[in-house]
Ligand binder design. Structure first.
Ligand code: ATP
Ligand code: F1X
Length: 307
């Protein structure tokens, strides 16, 4: 079974306006609410690709209830821990550019943290645990390490899609998959990445440190996959971007969906990039139909074998 864990879910409030001027009254042309947070997005895309999964994490208040209701409506299994306070509301402004304002999230007590660890202790060999998104302010960034340690004791494969220190600490545990974007890859090594050459250099370093698969996502420029001696470079399909929120999460879901269906590495990567782009070209997350439509448009080349 695949479990996703979103410590800090969100209701994503998408607001479209022709132009947005700070300090003025702006009128929206369109608004929408989506259940969000990175792990929840992974769960929603997995489900659309017919892969059963369970969404774990902390939810609270009317915003948390909205998430639980929406996932139920989509027939996604959940095992959330209800906490006092409100799940955050993240604003996604779509004017000439995309601007995001993400909330902080509720306070999580030690008792609730322990309740989540108890759920991780129930996982079994062969399960996959996806740890995705930021931590609420009251949760120390070593909390991911605690979860990873419990998962690894039980031979559960761990996927990590977060940033900052939490991501850095995860590397020592040789996760199954990391999906940093270019900025996050640079942050991992305390640098800014400006060239393809640097992406290759630092991607290889992650593999040399024991990470099993690394996908560096490059938005409209596609992605690069690293695994053992293999480096695959994908060009993203071209299209009109409607909402890139969740594109990275869709990549993780696409890769896992193909992996559990025993696709080859190249096919899993193709599926991953198609899912990311299908989400970028959609208002909500991708549909299976759109992913399949884009598969043939993902061009993958192999870099010569690593020495
Ligand atoms: N403009 C675009 N055109 C085509 N594909 C895109 C575009 N933006 C994103 N994608 C697809 O989505 C994938 C992930 O995008 P990106 O690198 O922006 O992830 P991210 O930074 O993790 O995003 P997020 O945090 O919003 O989920 C890309 O590798 C690509 O396949
Ligand atoms: O604040 P975090 O946890 O880093 O990111 C949260 C978030 O921006 O990520 C998802 C898209 O990847 C959105 O659904 C959500 O609002």
């Amino acid at each position: 079974m695949i479990y996703t864990c979103t410590l800090n879910p969100s209701v994503d409030y998408v607001v479209e306006a022709q132009q947005i001027e700070l300090g003025k009254l702006n009128r929206a042309t369109k608004t929408a609410y989506f259940p969000g947070g990175k792990g929840i997005n992974v769960s929603r895309v997995l489900k659309r690709l017919h892969v059963h999964n369970v969404a774990l994490g902390f939810i609270g208040g009317f915003t948390g209830q909205f998430i639980a209701d929406e996932l139920k409506r989509e027939h996604i299994l959940t095992d959330f821990i209800a906490v006092p306070g409100q799940t955050r509301l993240n604003i996604k402004l779509k004017g000439e550019k995309e601007t995001e304002i993400n909330g902080a999230g509720p306070i999580i007590s030690d008792e609730h943290k322990e309740a989540l660890i108890a759920k991780i202790k129930q996982l079994k060999k062969g399960d996959i645990l996806v740890l995705a998104g930021s931590l609420p302010p009251s949760v120390d960034d070593t909390f991911y390490v605690t979860m990873i340690e419990e998962a690894k004791k039980r031979r559960v494969s761990v996927v990590v899609d977060t940033s900052g220190n939490a991501l850095k600490q995860a590397i020592a545990y040789e996760p199954f998959l990391l999906k940093p974007n270019q900025t996050e890859l640079g942050e991992l090594f305390g640098t800014h990445i400006h060239s393809r050459h640097q992406i290759i250099e630092y991607g290889k370093k992650l593999i040399d440190n024991g990470v099993q698969h690394v996908i560096v996502s490059l938005a409209g420029d596609g992605a690069i996959l690293f695994h053992k001696d293999v480096i695959l470079i994908a060009q993203a399909p071209k299209g009109i971007v409607k909402n890139s929120v969740g594109a990275g999460d869709s990549m993780v879901a696409g890769f896992l969906a193909a992996y559990v269906n025993e696709a080859s590495l190249e096919e899993a990567f193709r599926y991953s990039v198609a899912a990311g782009s299908a989400t970028a070209f959609s208002e909500d997350l991708c549909t299976e139909e759109e992913v399949h439509r884009l598969l043939g448009e993902v061009n993958i080349t192999r870099m010569e074998d690593r020495v």
